[in-house]
Design a protein around this ligand. Structure first.
Ligand code: PTJ
Length: 251
């Protein structure tokens, strides 16, 4: 553990989050490469002022609509997401009534089990693991191995914190992709249907709150659904990424 961080430290909040990632590596949940990914995220977060910006709020609105209108959404969890927000990932799966599935880039059966155990310790009832019998097309990396009842048959996959080959492959497999990624230039950010450019530690609680509110409203029937459809129709992911990039360049 990091030596006691005084609350007055200007980087107090950021250092606490950093501690979670380091603890994740020590527990075998996060890969050592996850530390580098986290550092990259920190740099981008610095450039947006470490605050949820209006473009992220618009994306949260669209993400909530997309996840609510989907018949079979699935939450994909890697080592970084599990270390940073296990409680919130479980809460999101409960509010959507959808499965959590472990899917990691740096192959390790041991770490897959550690991530599942971490989610169970935070209240998950079941966590799906990748199998060898369901394989995604257009993907070479370990992330191609998925669960038949989970990502394989999902129509929308929530994939926070990753860059690389998967978002595009998921789209090519006919799925929608919702992501949280602080880097608006990443391949995942660009390929996704909805990209929330914000820190997962801030964005996930906001997304859960928004979904809960919309679910209550949706209770009013078809009108609610039509409103959600309109939110998605009007949403322009490219524009949100451009706004995020502009904000960063100005800083
Ligand atoms: O557990 P594994 O094996 O699946 O590995 C997970 C990592 C994250 C190591 C793996 O997916 C990876 O290497 O990811 P990348 O390519 O480094 O991409 C991670 C993306 O997440 C980058 O674009 C970062 O800017 C972004 N990111 C990092 N931390 C945060 C973040 N976005 C939002 N919130 C964060 N806290």
């Amino acid at each position: 553990m990091t030596p006691m961080i005084p609350k007055s430290h200007p980087r107090y909040a950021s250092l606490l989050v950093r501690d979670r990632i380091v603890a994740g590596v020590r527990k075998g949940v996060t890969s050592p490469d996850g530390l580098i990914a986290h550092g990259r995220g920190e740099a981008f977060d610095y450039l947006i002022g470490e605050k949820t910006q209006p473009f992220a709020k618009s994306s949260i609105e669209a993400a909530a609509a997309c996840l609510l209108l989907t018949r079979h959404p699935v939450i994909s969890v890697n080592g970084n997401a599990a270390a940073l927000c296990p409680k919130e990932l479980v809460a999101l799966s409960a509010v959507l009534g959808c499965p959590l599935e472990v899917n990691i880039f740096h192959a390790s059966g041991k770490r897959e089990k550690a991530i599942a155990a971490c989610l169970m310790n935070h209240g998950a009832k079941t966590v799906l693991l990748p199998g060898k019998d369901a394989v995604l097309e257009y993907l070479q990396s370990n992330r191609k191995y998925v669960n038949k009842e989970g990502i394989f048959s999902a129509d929308t996959v929530f994939v926070p914190l990753e860059d690389g080959d998967r978002a595009r492959a998921l789209i090519r497999n006919g799925k929608k992709v919702v992501t949280i990624d602080l880097n608006p230039l990443s391949r995942t950010a660009k390929a996704a249907t909805v990209t929330i450019v914000d820190n997962i530690t801030r964005a996930l609680p906001l997304l859960i709150t928004r979904i809960k509110m919309l679910k209550k409203k949706k209770g009013i029937g078809k009108m609610g659904n039509r409103q959600l459809c309109r939110t998605i129709e009007r949403y322009d992911n490219k524009n949100m990424l451009a706004q995020a990039e502009r904000k960063m360049r100005r800083r």
